[in-house]
Write a protein that binds this ligand. Sequence first.
Ligand code: ATP
Length: 242
Amino acid sequence: MTALLRLDSVTAGYGGATALDGVSLALAPGEAVALLGANGAGKTTLLKAILGLVPATGRVAFAGADLAGLPTERRVRLGLGYVPEGRRVFAGMSVRDNLEVASFAPAARRRDLLERVFALFPQLRVKAADTAWRLSGGQQQMLAIGRALMGEPRLLLLDEPSLGLSPKLAAEVFAAVRAIADAGTAVLVAEQSTARALAAAHRVALLRLGTLLHDGPADALPTDALRAAFLGDPLADAQAGG
Ligand code: ATP
């Protein structure tokens, strides 16, 4: 596979504590990968290591470039989009303005991008003139994702997009994740809730205590690996070589 993103033995931590321990992972263009793991498994740290928001050792290569030493804004310019946990939007600005200011493209291109976001999230088109604080949590998550898409990323990094959403809205967000990947933008989505993330993803990577426990197709995830990632099942640990 010609990888868009390739991590080789990436290790990162905070002070003396290791949060991510020798993780190797690759994503192909247009691939949706669910990064699953319990609270504290290292999912956010992995996304931040890709973005250069935490110091990391090992190798991160993206779109053929070694990202070592590159500041976050250079990585973003290479085509990384990031939606952190907590769906940050400009609460006092309209939905349309939130999207427009997220693009540096010329006006005609910006209109195309806006149209694409509205096609992906029809609720945002309906609410285009509303201030963002009036949106529901799910709509704010859609807006946060839309803002990232306005930057035309080649890889979108999403941190727990379903957090705090009703099952119906979470399902809509994950349907959009799959549609984004199907349209050619790779997506790496960190999640604690598994079923919906698995349904939307091509592949799944399971993290446990900072190490990669399993990496494989989303439709063939061994239940023992899933159990180990979330419950620390000792039998599954042994089977996984732990
Ligand atoms: P969550 O689902 O809670 O977001 P996560 O899988 O994203 O969990 P991380 O946030 O990457 O996990 O955390 C991995 C480990 O690093 C945890 O043990 C956490 O306590 C620790 N950690 C995270 N951020 C910091 C920080 N700023 N300072 C110190 N330790 C941190």
